[in-house]
Design a protein around this ligand. Sequence first.
Ligand code: DLZ
Length: 195
Amino acid sequence: MAHSLKGPSPQEHDGSGLRIGIVHARWNSTIIEPLVKGTKDKLLSCGVKESNIVVQSVPGSWELPIAVQRMYAASQIQQSSSGSASAGDLLGGSTTDLSSTATSTTATQPFDAIVAIGVLIKGETMHFEYIADSVSHGLMRVGLDLGVPVIFGVLTVLDDHQAQARAGLTPGGHNHGEDWGLAAVELGVKRSAWA
Ligand code: DLZ
C-alpha cells in the first residue's frame, strides 16, 4: 500500500510483550471516543494483549500530565508489590473506566508507553494557547523525567471540522489515534532495546 506523504513511514513492531496505558480527557467526547478507539484498535492489531491495555480518563487536557505521571508510578508500585495498588487508586478515583483487569503474565510490569489523548479547539477556549502550551510541555517533561515514552495525542485544532477530520469522522479524514497506537508500540519496543 502506498504510504501517505504526510506522517512517518510506518515500521512494523511486535507489541505482544508490551503493556500500554491510555489516558484521555473527557472534553469534546465525540472526537475523543473515536481517537481512543483508533489507538486501541491499532495496539491490538500490533499484538498488544487486551489485558495489557489500561484506559483511564481525566476531566480535561490540562490534567493529562499529572495523570500520566501517576499512572506510571502506580504501574511501578504494582510491579514491586504484585498488584496492591492500581492506577485508579493513585489517581484518587475509581477504577471503573479501566478497559480491562490485570490478568496476563505481563499485567504487573510498568507501562512501556503511555498515550495521552485530548482535544483542544481554539474557538472554544479563550485560554487555548495556555492549555496547549502547558500540556505539551508537561507531557514532554513527564516523559523525560520518568524515562517512559509518552505519546502526544493532543489535537490542537482551529475548529470542529479539523477535529473531526483528524478523528477520521469526515470523508478523506484520518484517525490519528491509529498513528498514536503505532508510535506507542514502536517506542515501547525500542525503549526496551535502548535500555
Ligand atoms: C476549561 C477547558 C476549556 C475551556 N476547553 C477545553 C478543551 O477544549 N479541551 C480540553 O481537553 N479541556 C478543556 N478545558 C478543561 C481543562 O483542560 C481543565 O480540565 C480544567 O481547566 C480544570 O483544570
